[in-house]
Structure formats: C-alpha cells, structure tokens
Design a binder for this molecule. Sequence first.
Ligand code: SF4
Ligand code: SF4
Ligand code: FES
Length: 527
Amino acid sequence: MAEQKMVNLTIEGRAVSVPEGTTILEAAKTAGILIPHYCYHPGLPVAGVCRMCLVEVEKAPKLAPSCATTVAEGQVVHVHNEKSLDARKGVLEMLLINHPLDCPICDQSGECELQDYTYQEGRDDSRYREPKRFNPAEDFGGDVMYVPNRCILCTRCVRFMDDVAHEPTLNVSERGDRALIGKFEGRDMTHPWAANVVDLCPVGALLSKDFLNKARAWELDRTSSICPNCTQGCNVVMETRENQVVRMRPRPNEYVNAFFMCDWGRLNYRWMNEKSRVEQPMVRSKNGLAATSWEAAITAAARALNGKKVFVAASPMLSNESLFLLTQLMQGGTGAFRVAEGEEAPLPGVPDLALRRERAANVYGAETLGFKKTNDLLGGLGQGDVLVVAGEDLAGIDAGAVSRASDVIVISPVLPESATSASVVLPIANFSEEEGTVTNLRGRVQRFTQARQAPGETRPSWLVLGDLLGAMGKQANFFLPSEVFSRLASSHKSFAGLSYDTIGFKGLPVVDAPQSGPKTPIAVGAA
Ligand code: SF4
Ligand code: SF4
Ligand code: FES
C-alpha cells in the first residue's frame, strides 16, 4: 500500500502533522482543539452551511470554514483569535434570533451544543427586540418529535436520511426566516435506524418521544457498554437514573457501528429494569425452596453437581467469561442455547452494519465455546442428567421436558416457571448489572461494564460460577472478571493473546475471526 503523505501545519501555535486530505477541523482535534461546529459531523457528508466553524488561516483572504477546508503544508491556523471569535459570535447571534429561551424545559438542556457554544463564546445579551417566530411541535413518526422553534437548520438530519439511511424523508421546507425541516409527502421517521437523527441534532429540535421529560442530562450516570439486543454488538453508552436504565445511545466504533445504533436496540432496554427477580439464593427443603446464605447455596449446588453428567441450557446473553465457566461444569455433558429471531434491517450507508436476525449479544461466543445452537433447547438433556439453567427463562418449555433431569440447578436473574422443581437457585446479575465481554457476529470481542446495581443479594454470574467451581474443587476462586478472561484466553485458542487491557473499549477480533469481517475502519456516509 502506498504510504500516506503527511501534511505539517500549525494550529493555535501547536505543530500538527496529519494525512493529506484531512480537514482543518479534524486536524485541530488531533491537537486537542475543538473548533465549534454545527452542520459538520464525521459520520455525514460535509455540507458547510452553518459557518460556525470559521477560523483564520494566515495569508488567506477571508475566514475559512474549517469543516470544508483541507490542510495545506505550512498553514498557520488561528481558532481563538479576535477575528474568528467575532465571526462565530455573529453566527451565534443570528441563530439565537428566533431560538426560544426555553432551556429550562428543553430535553436537550445540559447536552446542547447551542447552549455550550453560546456560554463559551456568544454575546451576553440579545439586540433583538421583535417577537420570535413560532411553529408548533410535530410528531415525525417512529420515536422522533420535531420542535421547529429550536431548529438551527444544520441539515444533519436531512443528510442522515438521504446519505446514510438511503431513504430521503426530510427536507428544508420554506425559505428565509420561515425555513424549517419538513417531511416528504407520505414519508415519516419509521425507518429502523431513524432515531439516530435525535443524537445527531446538535440542539433540542429533534427529541426522542421515549425519553421525553424522563431526566435532565446532568442526572444521568453513563457507562460504556454493548447493546445486548442482537449479534451486531453496537457500542453504546448505557444511561441510568436512580438505578434504572433510561436511555441507550451509540458510542462511536468505526469497526462495528460507526456512530449509530438501530431503533429496536435503542428502545429495547426495559427488560434490564425488570422487577420480578430472584434476589436471594435458595435451597430446597421439606417445605419447598427457602432463602439461605450464599455459602450454603453454593455448597448445595456443588454437592448436586459433583461427579454428575451435566447439561447446561445457557442464554446467549451471558458473557464469554460466564459461558466459559459453565463449560467447566459440564463434566462430560453438553450445553445448548436458543436465540430469538427477527427481521434483519441494514443501514445501507454503512457497510456491514445491520440490525441482525439473531437477537442476542453473544451467539458467536456461545458457539465458539462449544454450546450448540438449537430450537429444541432441552433436546440434549439425557435421562438422569443434572440440568443447569443459566440465564435462560425457559419460556415456552414445559415442566415435562425438565423432569427428565435428575436434579435442576437454576443460575439465573429470574426463576423460570418450568423450573420451580429446582433444588438450588443462585440469583445472578443481568447484562446491565455486571462486567464482561461478548463476541459479535464478526468475532469481535468487546467489553461491557456495570451500569446499575443488581437487586438484593444477587451476584455477578462470573463470581457465582467461579465460587461454584471453587467449591467443587476444580479451581481457585476469581476476584475479578478480568481474571476469568485471562483464564479463558490461556485455555481457548480463539481467545489467545487477548486481555481486558488489549481489548480496550473498541474490541479486538478473536484469533480465528471470519475473514468477511471488516479489517479496516468502515467508511461512513455517501461519497
Ligand atoms: S432538526 Fe436538528 S439536525 Fe435537523 S436541521 Fe434542525 S437542528 Fe439540524
Ligand atoms: S443493530 Fe443490534 S446491536 Fe446494534 S443497536 Fe440494533 S439491536 Fe443493538
Ligand atoms: S460546521 Fe463548518 S460550516 Fe457548519
């Protein structure tokens, strides 16, 4: 491959060296300088319509829009000098002419780029005394609501639908100070990826109906995670308020999901807040299942499992770490999983990005670790085997199938109806309550972290399984999920050489990942 030509320039007195063709705005980011901008977004084609990114380039006749100007050798760029600041102050003043001062009731407040840049470099007061323009809010369909009074006409939303979703839906209607975003006749925002416009909108003009009035931005706790809802494994930020997951938003990863996530994944978070949980370890006594201590429950489970042939019915939502530990329980037995399916829905503007048919995060990991994918979940359960139900709710499976087992151990966030005959129940955290890794459909191992506190005495699945194996005399206990992962990496060839440190928060492929997966960052948006 031909070597990339580098260009050297100076931005705000700092020497910068970037590949030829880079814009000044992106070059400034490499030096830690944020040039204010509205219409520019790295996942969209450049429009150059807002003029918020104006900077002074020495020897150029006028200020340059840094999002649309590429770097040149020897350029000297000033971002915060008087001339550039003055120009941007003017842009802000113009944008605020018709913008309502409704930050106190706006959902975007606290994460609004108009608020931020006005505070940073806008005027202290307004010179505008006339009444402001008013247009009513409009339901755009899907999860999207439009509040035209707040719109700054950056056209990010229009370009997303045109160039990334490939479904032209939005346009700039009217002209001059009457301009606003309109929908084409017969079109609405029900495209499976349409809600990304809410994240793209730099102000509170496009809002999520689901999140409307649920929380202020500063009340949220944010955690780096992975969307658990299909095998694509989009990188997300999981946001919680008072220990409830209230929103998921995409986290950029050029190897997996660019800047986006689908609506189905985005809105499918309520199950993580589910209330009907098992919250205490339980062991069967004469009077049925009774709450007990963790120590007693682990000892009872170890006794029930030791020396027995075990069949594990696992959930493909479990982490690589937990699935790996489950394989250590089998003792000559086998394991299986089933996965819910739905329609595949690609995002045409981004190669290899789609809401996948298989709706669980770790199908690849489960198969790699030896679990059999099947619709007949308990088909492999032999007469007299011990059945371990791990993370599965056994929905649709009757107690008759379960009764082939000589004993049932449930290691799950919920107690399945058809497994109420269990002799031991070990309550575990769900996806949002623990840390671990999952492997996406291209074999990329990605980390997720704990977003909310697990209820009652519930413990992380890797900790429970580690303690159980310890009680069975199979290994020393683990204190961290990273230790379980190290053990997995040293004992399974696909995971060789990986660790939490090397995986980081962008993930890395397993050694034998399929060749079809993207090897270089994916290109985003239309040419
Ligand atoms: S609705 Fe938002 S994203 Fe669309 S043009 Fe207006 S400000 Fe930009
Ligand atoms: S494509 Fe899959 S992983 Fe990505 S957001 Fe949608 S459901 Fe979640
Ligand atoms: S961000 Fe450069 S013109 Fe809008």
